[in-house]
Design a protein around this ligand. Structure first.
Ligand SMILES: CC(C)(COP(=O)(O)OP(=O)(O)OC[C@H]1O[C@@H](n2cnc3c(N)ncnc32)[C@H](O)[C@@H]1OP(=O)(O)O)[C@@H](O)C(=O)NCCC(=O)NCCS
Length: 149
C-alpha cells in the first residue's frame, strides 16, 4: 500500500516526535522544536507526512516570506523498515510540486549517501561545501534544485 502524502496536523505531533527519534537518534529534534514547527505552519513552514495508518515519513520545508523565490528542505526522513520503497521519493515529489518557479536549497552531510542519492535522483546539484560543518569532521554539502517551468 502506498501511503497518502498529506499536510501535517497538530494531532500528529507526538507521532512525529517519535518517528524523528527513530530516524535521527541523538540528532532528533526535541518535542519543543517540533512544536515550534507546528506553530509556524501558517507562517513559513510546510510539514508533509506519509500516512499509511501510522506515519512512516515526513518532509519539512522552510518557505521564507522574505526571500520568496527560495525554499529550503529542512528535513526528510522515512522509517527505517520502509526505506527504498519509494516513500522518500513520494514526499519529495509532493514537496517539489509546491515549489514551481522557485529555487530549492538544502544541506546534507557529505557521508549521507542515501539522502544525496535521493536528492540527485530529483535533479539536485551540489553547489558548495562547508568544511567540517558537522561536529568538525564531516563536510556539509549544499545542493540546489531549480524548476525551469
Ligand atoms: C534519505 C531517505 C529519506 C530516502 O528515503 P527512501 O524512502 O528510502 O527513498 P526512496 O525509496 O523513495 O528512494 C528514491 C531514490 O533515491 C535514491 N536512494 C534512496 N536511498 C538510497 C540508497 N540507500 N542508496 C542508493 N540510492 C538511494 C534512489 O535513486 C532511489 O530510487 P530507486 O529505489 O528507484 O533506486 C531515507 O534514507 C532516510 O530517512 N534516511 C535517514 C534520514 C536522513 O538522513 N534524511 C536526510 C537528511 S535530513
Amino acid at each position: 500500500m502506498r501511503p497518502a502524502i498529506r499536510a501535517a496536523r497538530p494531532e500528529d505531533l507526538p507521532e512525529l516526535v517519535a518517528l524523528d527519534e527513530v530516524c535521527f537518534g541523538p540528532t532528533a529534534w526535541s518535542e519543543g522544536a517540533w512544536a515550534d514547527e507546528f506553530d509556524r505552519l501558517t507562517e513559513d513552514r510546510v510539514v508533509l507526512v506519509a500516512d499509511e495508518g501510522a506515519l512512516v515519513g515526513y518532509v519539512v520545508l522552510l518557505v521564507p516570506p522574505v526571500v520568496e523565490d527560495v525554499v529550503e528542505v529542512l528535513r526528510v526522513a522515512v522509517t527505517p523498515a520502509e526505506r527504498r520503497t519509494g516513500i522518500g521519493g513520494q514526499l519529495m515529489t509532493t514537496a517539489l510540486d509546491r515549489c514551481a518557479g522557485r529555487t530549492v536549497l538544502l544541506e546534507v552531510a557529505a557521508g549521507n549517501e542515501s539522502a544525496i542519492a535521493l536528492y540527485r535522483a530529483f535533479g539536485f546539484e551540489e553547489i558548495s561545501r562547508r568544511r567540517g560543518y558537522y561536529g568538525g569532521s564531516e563536510d556539509a554539502v549544499i545542493m540546489r534544485w531549480r524548476n525551469d517551468e
